[in-house]
Design a protein around this ligand. Structure first.
Ligand SMILES: *Cc1c(COP(=O)(O)O)cnc(C)c1O
Length: 364
């Protein structure tokens, strides 16, 4: 009998700390800051952020104001940047929680400036768009800013940052093009520390490091470039117990839509994890190469559609038949998350941030 019908997400905080040290080495003289948006890439910011702080990290990034407020309660001393900027009317909340917005428009600078003038001078980051075309000041916007240099009065420009579009692909000429545009922006803007590289950007070399790197995915043990990232350790493992084994004959079908038909005798196992737990329904029935998980290190294929609460794997070929309660590893030591992401035509970032709330979460 299974001891639990709950899937289990294990997060290894010692491995996280080791990955932080590895990224410090990769970053050379630049400060290694940590990106913990989307609840620490789905792994639980409440555990991730304090562990990183203990490992020596003092600067953190989130996407939204609300995430910043939550993080501030966890880390009273840390420097916290909020990537989305300062929405209209929220400057006082940023100030109250000691958060630094990434200012992305002239209106945001003006709002920050007027808040500071009425209270006290406060630090903020200026976010430059060097070609990603997501958020921040492009070349023309910067020229317009510099036409009114007093826009920088009354508040503290503590960092100038930008983001790379193709850092996962070191050969992409976009990287060098963005580096040049970022340098051009720094040359005309007031003097301030600078930050360009995410995890992948850090691996592009010292030209990309400036004063601070911002690393997310590599801290979480995921690859940033699709290449061997050496000393990184996996920090997350996801396992689901088998609820039942079934024997099928030729012609029997599996699951919703009866999309899989057994060609002959087969044995399947039903595991307690489905799209309600963040494992995409699209992962089912990928032919010719089905998604593969592992049981006790042995590969098993996903068969049929993923249900909300369960999925089926083919056990037919296994020399030793598993028992109910045995664990199917979705990703972890035996089945690296990057490999699973690749099989599912997605990226580790998406697998992690899709994880649901239903897991038994173990932090060690
Ligand atoms: C998410 C994000 C990062 C972290 O990127 P990784 O590839 O996970 O290292 C860094 N900078 C910005 C602006 C981001 O949005």
């Amino acid at each position: 009998m299974p001891t639990s019908d709950q899937a289990e997400l294990t997060v290894d905080l010692a491995a996280l700390a080791a990955n932080y040290k590895t990224m410090q080495k990769n970053a050379g003289r630049a400060e290694t800051s940590a990106v913990v948006k989307a609840d620490g890439y789905g792994l639980g910011m409440a555990h991730i952020a304090p562990a990183l702080s203990k490992a020596g990290c003092s600067t953190f990034w989130v996407a939204q104001l609300n995430e910043g407020i939550t993080l501030r309660a966890l880390l009273p001393q840390a420097v916290i940047y909020v990537l989305n900027g300062v929405p209209q009317g929220t400057a006082d909340q940023f100030a109250a929680h000691n958060l630094r917005p990434c200012l992305i428009s002239r209106a945001q600078i003006e709002a920050w400036q007027s808040h500071c003038r009425a209270n006290e001078s406060l630090p903020a980051c200026l976010f430059v768009d060097s070609g990603f075309n997501r958020l921040g000041f492009g070349e023309i916007d910067i020229a317009e800013l510099m036409a009114t240099p007093d826009i920088f009065d009354g508040w503290e420009l503590c960092l100038i940052a930008s983001h790379l579009a193709c850092a996962d692909d070191p050969k992409n000429p976009m990287n060098a093009a963005q580096l040049e545009r970022f340098r051009n922006a720094l040359a005309v803007l007031p003097d301030a520390p600078a930050s360009l590289a995410n995890s992948g950007g850090t691996m592009l070399g010292p030209d990309y490091h400036f004063d601070m790197i911002r690393t997310g995915t590599m801290l979480y043990g995921c690859s940033a470039t699709g290449r061997e990232e050496g000393a990184l350790q996996p920090i997350a493992s996801l396992r689901a117990p088998l609820l039942q084994m079934r024997h099928l004959s030729a012609g029997d079908t599996i699951g919703y839509g009866a999309t899989f038909t057994a060609a002959g005798e087969m044995t399947i196992g039903i595991a307690s994890l489905g799209y309600g737990d963040g494992l995409s329904r699209h992962f089912g029935n990928q032919s010719p190469s089905p998604m593969r998980f592992t049981i006790a290190g042995q590969p098993v294929s996903l068969v049929g559609r993923v249900s909300m609460d369960s999925l089926a794997v083919d056990l037919t070929h296994l020399a030793q038949m598993p028992q109910t309660g045995d664990m199917l590893e979705i990703f972890g030591h035996d089945n690296p998350i990057d490999r699973l992401a690749h099989q599912g035509n997605t990226i580790s970032y998406e697998l992690l941030t899709s994880l649901g709330n239903r897991y038994n979460r173990l932090y060690k």
